[in-house]
Structure formats: structure tokens, C-alpha cells
Design a protein around this ligand. Sequence first.
Ligand code: ADP
Length: 489
Amino acid sequence: MILIVDDKPENIFSLRSLLETKGFQVDTALSGEEALKNVLKKDYALIILDVQMPGMDGFEVAETLAGYSKTKEIPIIFLSAVNTDKKFITKGYASGGIDYITKPVDPDILMLKVKTFYRLYEQTLALNEVKRKLQQEVESRKQAQEELKIKVDFLHTVLETIPQIAFTADSNGHITFVNENWFKYSRSTVDLPEFHPEDTLIHTFFEKHIESGEPFEAEIRIKSVISNVYRFHLLRIIPIKEGGRVSSWVGTFTDIEDQKQVESKKDEFLSIASHELKTPLTSIKAYIQLLERLVRQEGNENVSTYIHRAQDQVIKLESLIADLLDISKIENGKLKVNFAPFDLESLVENAIDTILHTHEHLDIRIEREGEPLNVDVCADVIRIEQVLINFLTNAIKYSPGTEKVIVRTEIKNGQAYVKVRDFGIGIPKEKQEHVFSKFYRVEESSVKFQGLGIGLYICAEIVRQHNGTYGVESEEGEGTTFYFSIPLN
Ligand code: ADP
């Protein structure tokens, strides 16, 4: 809208008609004071201002407008009949006007100027808007940078306080920060600690993970720059993602040397102890068998019962020692499986018979479901039977007072599946993933039921060696299904 300010209504009338015929919206004021009031209330793209007015003259109005931030950009054309003197024209420009026209007004010239200033004003507004947005953008970037710096400083402080060696790297894996502990294993801030010659493959894995953006974890030996001795560390590298893209990495080396030493001593002890226990146990077993034969000949029922009980306990002891021996074999990578073809169905039947025989005193049925496994598989028959017997023993052990256990067999996707389902105490959801770990026992049931927590760990290792699969499904209080599968070929 254009504002015409003139104290003579007839001047306003002619100008207004001229502008309106050209399609402009027009507002008017009969004095400088009225013009100022209008300007504060409405937005104008151009003001045509008469210089000679009673009260505030045109120059004063222009000077006032130049002082307000809202109005200082509005272009002003001065109109004057009298003051055509050069010094008035200069004053007009000095007080903020953009152009100066003397009366009588040439309508064509006026229209040309009005159009030009109008367009100029619109462009100025657009430019101001762009400037405002740019400023906003710069501000928000500055703020984001400051926030990022605070976060990075915080992360570095945290990394300095932890006992581990810690570092950060950019998205390409180049190191950007290291904490003090780093210098116990590396002399420079850019080089990784020296890896043991047998662990150098880690570099390749590390590079692959950097490419794929996946977290990385490995046990490696690194060399201390102080003692020149290698110590086992757990290396963990985690990606930091921003908008789905890896922006940096945070890594730690945790010293696990002492833990490793204790573990290896424990494994060594287990291996020696189970070997040493085995020899006297074999003798005890043989003597009990001899005793049993003698007592049978004499027909003493009572003694015979006790001897059977002693035999049962010896069998349990034997299986415990066998498990302990298996554990040490697994640790040393010496758990051997002897592959040979055999009929899986007869293995399942044998295992069920053995279990029924050893649990004669219990009132529990073992039912079969699914298709019989009349297929020859190439596997270690003794080890696979061990897995099934373990599942069945657990199914009975952890289901006191229930009537049955179901063995379901099926062939699917080139694998023979054996599932053992019980209706016992079940396993809490969050604990299920741990039951195949070494020495793991579910806390809630560990007091009531005896065990070492190694049976399932051995089963998992045996199935892994057969390239099979294993798992557990369970509902607390409803029962549990353990399964394993082995490939048919
Ligand atoms: P153990 O039975 O000697 O403790 P296992 O390795 O065979 O060791 O089993 C590990 C743990 O898994 C057990 O301590 C028990 O808490 C849980 N578990 C195994 N089988 C069952 C089952 N059928 N029902 C409920 N819990 C089970």
C-alpha cells in the first residue's frame, strides 16, 4: 500500500486517482502527525510526502520515520512546489528520502518512479527475510557446535576417569582422542598399541567393521611400552551414529590378563582333578560289581539293595567327572567327535530306555510325537546320545510332580530335529539365553535342584561341532522345550 501525505485534500485526490487507476492500493494522511500514526499501525511500501505542511513538515516526518526500525526501510518521495532550491533537495535526501519531485507532477514520471520504488521495496523486504533466515541458521549452527563441544569435552572427561585404555576415532577409524592410560601401551596418539603377532588378524576385522559400521569386540594381547610384555585385553569399539550414519567411534581396551590366568589355572585344575578322580572311581566300580555278584549268590536282599544304591551313586559320580573332563577338553579344543553313520531313531529309543531305566523309582512317562527319524546321519553317536540324555535328565529333574515328558522328532530343511518338552518349573525369559553358558544355573531354582551348570554348555559345544542348531523355549511355571538339530548330510 502507498501512503500519500499532503495537507491539501485536492492534491491528495488527484494523486490518489492516478495511483488507483494503475492498480495500487492507497492510504492518505492530511498531516505529518497523522502520517506517523498511520505508519505505526499499517505497513506501507512507499510514502509520497508533501514537504510544505503546517505543523510537522515533510523533512521532520522523514527524519522520524528513519529512526524507527519498522519504518526506516520505507522509500519516500518528496513532493514540493515551492522549495525547488538545491539546498532543499539536499535536505530531502539527507532526511531519508529516496527521490524528490517538484510540482506540477508529470504523471508518467511519477508512475515510473512509484513502480521502481515499489519493486525496490519488495526486493528489500525479500532480502531482509533471507538475511534474517541466514542469521538464524548461523546462530543455530553456533549453538549446535557449542553443544557438541560440551558433549565431546564431557565424553573426554569420562574417558579420562575410567581405568581402561580409551580412545575415540573419526568415521574412517583415524584416532582423534586418547586418554592417559593409552600411553602405557602406545608411544603416539595416532598408532594403535602393538598387537601380539598371533593377533594381528584383528586389524583386518577392525577395518571390516569400520566399513560396515558394526560394533566390534575381541580378546587380544597388546604390548606394554614399559615392560615390553604382552597382556590380554578385551578390545571393544562402538560406533556413534548421527542420522543413521556413523560419525565417530569410541573404543576401550580392558585388561583381562589376570582373569585369563585364573581361568587357565582353573581349567588346568579341573583337568588334573577329574583325571585323578577317575582312576579310584573305576576301582570302586569294579569292587562294587564283585560285591554284587557275591551277594547275589548268597541271596541277601537288604545288602543287595544297598549295593544297587551305591552303584547308582557311582554312576552319578562318574557322569559328573565325565562332564568335568569334557569341560577341560572343550577349553583345550580337544573335545573330539568321531563321525560315523548311524540310525537316529534307534539312538532316540535307546536314550529313552536308558532314562526310564535310571529313573525307575519315578512315576513319569516319556511320550513320543512327530515322525520317526528313520534316517542315517553321520555323527558321533555317543556324543549325540549324551545331548539327548542330558535334555531328558534335566526335563525330569526340573519337573517334580509332573506326569510326562514329550520327545518330538521331525525332519525339516535338511535337518533332523529332536525336541524334549517338559511341564515343569520353566525358565524366566531373561535367563533363557544364558542357560547354555558355562557354570550358569538359574538362581531361583539353584538351591532346590543340585547341579554344576555345565551339562547344557557341553551339549551346545557337541551340537556346534556337528554344525547343528540348539535352543530353548520356555514359560515360567508352564514348562520348557529344549531342542537340537543335526544336518542330515
Ligand atoms: P545343571 O542342571 O547341572 O545345573 P545344566 O547345564 O544342565 O546344569 O542346566 C543349566 C541350568 O538351566 C540349570 O541350572 C537350570 O537352572 C536350567 N535348566 C536346564 N534345563 C531345565 C529345564 N528342563 N527346566 C527348567 N530349567 C532348566
